[in-house]
Design a binder for this molecule. Structure first.
Ligand code: BTN
Length: 246
């Protein structure tokens, strides 16, 4: 991945550009990187802050031959790849919160947004957008996210070289993607579970319709979160915000 890169010093969102390039037929593994995004997109319609020079903002185009319901597996794969790259490159161990938030000391370090272009029975491309807080100091986060966000620099106490980190993430992504294509989701699922803080614990799952409180039992082979409520009913969570109940 990353043998073809489209780079911008400033762009609204790498995710939007990646969608356009994907339509134009760029090859699998094409990466769109921006030094700064002016309208970064987050999950569930939220915005994503990424100011000049301090974060990694990139979108990777994949073209797996998959039915659409399997794409959540790639969302989880991306989170594992980023956690492994941070560990090998910076020496820090992070936690994954379902589906793919990466937390450090309980605060958000990385956000991942997976979007697909698909017909009902076949996926044309999957765009994986990764936003990683690298060199912000705590005063640089906007008031809205100050309490809940962190960066590698805050934890390491030094500036981190972004280019090497990007290369490490792309390498891990490619390695795990190849493993996935060869052996399926099983090995990825094990790696995800080993790095996750959101299974084997009580959680609140805020879906579009309701809040479910219960014990997170695990994930299915499609990457769906299973939560058993206090009546013993198991819910399948496809999309939600998760809060670990303390
Ligand atoms: C989230 O946690 O809500 C997901 C955030 C994803 C942010 C990344 S930054 C690169 C890519 N371009 C975007 O506009 N969003 C994603």
């Amino acid at each position: 991945f990353g043998s073809e890169i489209t780079y911008f010093n400033e762009i609204e969102s790498t995710q939007t550009v990646a969608h356009e390039l994907s339509h134009k037929g760029v090859k699998e593994g094409h990466v769109v990187i921006a030094n700064e995004q002016t309208a970064g997109k987050g999950r569930l319609g939220r915005k994503w802050y990424s100011k000049s020079g301090t974060s990694v903002s990139m979108s990777i185009i994949l073209r797996p031959e998959l039915p659409p319901q399997q794409t959540p597996q790639l969302t989880l794969l991306a989170a594992v790849a980023v956690v492994r790259a941070i560990k090998s490159n910076v020496g820090i161990s992070c936690d994954i919160k379902w589906p793919n938030d990466i937390l450090l000391n309980g605060k958000k370090l990385v956000g991942i947004l997976t979007e697909m272009q698909a017909d009902p029975d076949v996926v044309h491309s999957i765009i994986i957008g990764i936003g990683l807080n690298v060199n912000q100091d705590s005063s640089e986060f906007d008031d809205e996210i100050k309490e809940v966000a962190t960066s590698l620099r805050i934890v390491k106490g030094r500036v981190i070289e972004r280019a090497q980190l990007i290369a490490a993430i792309l390498n891990e992504l490619e390695t795990l993607y190849d493993l996935y294509l060869e052996e399926g989701f099983k090995p990825i699922k094990s790696l995800w579970e080993a790095n996750s803080i959101s299974v084997g614990t009580y959680i609140y799952a805020r879906t579009m319709r309701e809040v479910i409180y219960g014990f997170a039992k695990g994930i299915t082979d499609d990457g769906v979160l299973l939560v058993e409520d206090q009546q013993g009913v198991t819910h399948k969570i496809y999309s939600a915000d998760i809060e670990i109940a303390s």
